[in-house]
Structure formats: C-alpha cells, structure tokens
Design a protein around this ligand. Structure first.
Ligand code: PLP
Length: 297
C-alpha cells in the first residue's frame, strides 16, 4: 500500500466537499486585544482583528493574569514535573481545584489538561464503570462528549436537542434499575442556545438519573461569580457534575469537573485521561482567582 497516496486521496475528498481546513497563521498582540498579526507566507503579514476568539473577555492578555503567570514561572519553573501521581501535583493544582469546587458550590473539583480531555475522560469512566449504564445524550453535544461516551462502550441514547418530551420518552423506555446519565451542555457550542437545565433536573430526579452538564462556553460569562448558567439560574446544586474549561472566558488553558467528593475521587482514581498525562504547569493555574476578582470589580 502507498500510504501517502491513501492520505492524499482522502484529503482531496475533503477539498472537493469544501471541508478541508486551512488555518489562519496568527500572532496575537498582548495588550491590543483582539488584534493580531496574520502571517501570509511569502506575501508578508497583515494586521487583523479577531472576532471569533474563544478568549471572550480578553483575560488571556490581562495585565494581572500575565503578572501572576510571570511570577509563577519565576518561582516554579516552566513545567509541572510529571503526571499528577508522579511528582506533578503542585500546590497550585490543589488550590485551584478548591477554588473551582467553591465556584460551582460543589464538594470537590478535578483539573484536566483541557476541556476536551475532561469530557472524554469523565464520560468514558462513568459510562464504562457504572453497572449496565445508559447515557442519554443531547444530539448537539460536543465532539469531546461524544468521543468519551463512545469510548465507554456503553449504550448511548440520543435525544432531540433541548426537547424535554423526547428526553422523557427515552428515559421512560430505559429498563428500571439501570444506571442513567443525562449528558448535555448549558450553552451549546454550535447554536449558542441554552438548555432548560431545571427541567432536565426535574426529569433526572423523576427517573433517578445523574446529570452531566458541559458549561465550557458559560463559565466566566454567566452567573454573579462566573459559575455559568447553572449559577445564573440557581440550579448548580441540582446538577451532579459540572464540566468546564479554563481555555475560553478564563483565557488560558485546561479543563475541569466539579461534583461530589465521591464522584470526583472515583474519576480521579479510574480515569486514564487524568492519571497518565503530564499535569498542567503551575504558571497556567494562577489566573482564576484573579479573573473572578476582576469580574467582581
Ligand atoms: N465542550 C465544548 C462544548 C466545546 O465547545 C469545547 C471546545 O470548543 C470543549 C468542550 C473543549 O474544551 P477545550 O477547548 O478546553 O478542550
């Protein structure tokens, strides 16, 4: 087999149907958010304004965030030193996890290297280890949730987007006694609409299901402290697991879950996506209290 011929043929297919991805080669300009320089290869470079950034509030360039990151770099060095269970757990992880748990009114939180990894690792661990589990997934859930559910190899039932009647019909059809997880987003990444979280929780209580809410596009944006739509709507205590990112409104990188002590410890203990990867460096972890403080004036 000629491997490169195989790859090229499939890439040509993407080009034909218009879905081949071409990245803008940008260089962000700290202090001039949302401006960047675009590198155009041989034709030079141009100044551009980036309106599609996920650094929604420009926090990734805020002087207070940069100052804290510089200080952490000087104090602790560039990396974390290893995976979390082999020398990689720094004071900063422990403190940020406590802060994230508090932000969502949960007993505990757990950091991952990205929001994608936190969804993948948590859903695959819960789905594969809860006995005879079925995951009820909103049809517009993010790829990271879908991959996590698939990897769990448990049954996945897809319900129509934000459709409570369809969700209830699908919950009612699950054999009694099976473990159930309702997986959904608060602010949907593709359509930007918002889930009826309180009503989903009503159904979860009625059918004894766990609730798993991806707040990636909402943390830092909604709620008095930036705790997301669950905080804004006063329903965080009703959602069993809240998942978020530190890479969008919080402006840097990383992902997390917040839940009960038992659930967080379970995922910490059984999830390969948490255990077998280098921890985030301390310098990346020093911004949440700063951003929360700034947001609250
Ligand atoms: N969940 C949703 C809904 C997203 O849109 C994204 C990224 O765009 C992620 C999770 C992944 O988060 P991260 O970019 O921190 O990996």
């Amino acid at each position: 087999m000629n491997y490169d011929t195989f790859f090229t043929k499939h890439l040509d297919g993407l080009r034909r149907d218009g879905s081949y991805r071409v990245f803008a080669n940008l260089e962000r300009q700290a202090g001039a958010f949302p401006k960047a320089t675009r590198h155009n290869g041989r034709s030079g470079k141009t100044d551009v304004t980036v309106w599609c950034s996920n650094d929604y509030l420009g926090m990734g360039q805020h002087p207070a965030v940069l100052k804290a990151m510089h200080a952490a770099l000087d104090a602790c060095g560039a990396g974390s030193g290893g995976t979390r269970n082999i020398a990689g757990t720094n004071r900063h992880h422990v403190e940020l996890e406590a802060e994230l748990a508090d932000l969502h009114g949960k007993e505990a939180a757990l950091l991952f290297t990205s929001g994608y990894v936190s969804n993948w690792a948590s859903l695959s661990t819960l789905g594969s280890r809860l006995p005879n589990c079925v995951i009820l997934s909103d049809e517009l859930n993010h790829a990271s949730m879908i991959e996590g559910m698939r990897h769990s190899r448990t049954q996945i039932v897809v319900w129509k987007h934000n459709d409570l009647e369809d969700l209830e019909a699908k919950l009612a059809a699950v054999e009694p006694g099976r473990a159930k997880i309702i997986a959904f987003e608060s602010v949907y990444s593709m359509d930007g609409d918002i889930a009826p979280i309180a009503k989903i929780c009503d159904l979860a209580e009625k059918y004894a299901a766990l609730t798993y809410c991806d707040e990636v596009h909402a943390v830092g944006m909604y709620g008095p402290r930036g705790g997301g739509v669950t905080e804004r709507d006063g329903v965080a205590h009703r959602v069993d697991l809240i998942e978020g990112t530190l890479g969008k409104a919080f402006g840097v990188v990383g992902g997390y879950i917040a839940a009960s002590t038992a659930m967080v410890d379970f995922i910490r203990s059984f999830s390969s996506g948490f255990i077998f990867t280098t921890a985030l460096p301390p310098l990346a972890l020093l911004f949440l209290s700063i951003t929360t403080t700034l947001k609250n004036g």
